[in-house]
Design a protein around this ligand. Structure first.
Ligand code: FAD
Ligand code: FES
Length: 279
């Protein structure tokens, strides 16, 4: 963070708006001032507060990787007041940005390991940050397996990038859509993410898993990963509790003794076992 007041957003400009899926867009933002860009040092799994002036602020994980210099990407689903205002922004518009906040993934501890990314729907953005990071430093990691599913083909995010990952020989990409949809052109898997993950059988040797998606997907994915041989200390996920300050002051995000905005949003499955039962 720069030396500005804690809650003062930094000015950013919208450099690009990308349609990703129905009701889902990415904003690519750039800092107005060079020193702000230089001071913005983040890691995969961290989040920011984005302000639409006049509408309010909301919390988004960073979908870009720090290896993609000059590019800050957030991907959001149009949900309510602020995200509807953000839906209407155009290239060149001014927004505010606070952060980066949160702990992020301990990615530097994972050098030399096999990484298994498991994402569902709009859960891909924080993992996209980690995936882009690992691909830009490919030699530092062993096998990369990505299992990604969405309800329908149209709901898959980052389609051009999925094509690129698919082409790479050093990435094992497994795509799936939920059963029951209309999938005439679809040649990949049809089935729920946990089932397809179990079929894919990624190696659990020296592996960590990153899981992000709807709670129901996470619930059924954890036992599959454990059956494959991953310990709960090696399975990471991110929580999306409602937040206000983002910096451990307001108490909006607490889960038991844990401030999700500071202690999280990244937790291991083992750490979640120690939090109150709804999590
Ligand atoms: C760490 C973190 C990372 C996040 N990353 C992303 C992201 O990358 N992309 C993205 O689209 N969203 C993300 N979210 C959720 C996002 O912050 C909310 O969807 C957003 O704040 C909604 O703002 P709004 O003003 O448009 O909606 P509001 O008008 O505030 O609410 C619209 C509806 O959404 C519900 N809602 C709002 N926030 C949440 C929440 N956090 N959890 C559950 N329900 C909620 C409200 O109860 C209401 O029903 C993240 C949240 C957190 C805490
Ligand atoms: S959001 Fe205010 S304490 Fe976490």
């Amino acid at each position: 963070m720069s030396g500005r007041a804690l809650y003062t957003p930094l000015p950013v400009e919208v450099a690009e708006v990308r349609d990703e899926a129905p009701s889902v867009r990415s904003l690519i933002m750039q800092f107005g001032e060079e020193q702000d860009a230089a001071a913005f040092d983040y890691g995969p799994g961290q989040f920011v507060m984005v302000s639409a002036y006049g509408a309010g602020e909301c919390t988004f994980c960073l979908a870009s990787s720090p290896t993609e210099e000059g590019q800050i990407q957030c991907t959001f689903r149009r949900a309510g007041r602020v995200t509807s205002a953000l839906w209407d922004v155009e290239v060149g518009d001014a927004l505010g940005l606070r952060g980066p906040y949160g702990n992020g993934f301990p990615i530097n501890e994972w050098r030399g390991k096999n990484l298994v990314f498991v994402a569902g729907g709009i859960g891909l953005p924080p993992l996209r940050s980690a995936i882009a990071y690992c691909l830009d430093r490919r030699e530092e990691f062993d096998k990369l397996t990505i299992v990604y599913g969405a309800r329908t083909v149209a709901d898959l995010l980052y389609k051009p990038e999925l094509e690129q990952w698919k082409e790479r020989e050093d990435v094992d990409l497994v795509l799936t859509v939920d059963p029951g949809g209309d999938t005439p052109e679809w040649t990949d898997h049809v089935g729920f993410v946990p089932t397809i993950l179990g079929d894919a059988q990624p190696s659990a040797d020296n592996a960590v898993a990153l899981v992000c998606g709807p709670p129901i997907m996470i619930k059924f994915t954890l036992p599959v990963l454990e059956k494959l041989g991953l310990a709960r200390t090696s399975i990471y996920t991110t929580l999306e509790n409602r937040m206000k300050c983002g910096v451990g002051k307001c108490g909006r995000c607490n889960v038991g003794p844990s401030y999700v905005c500071k202690d999280g949003p990244v937790y291991t499955a083992a750490q979640l076992d120690g939090l109150p039962p709804e999590f």
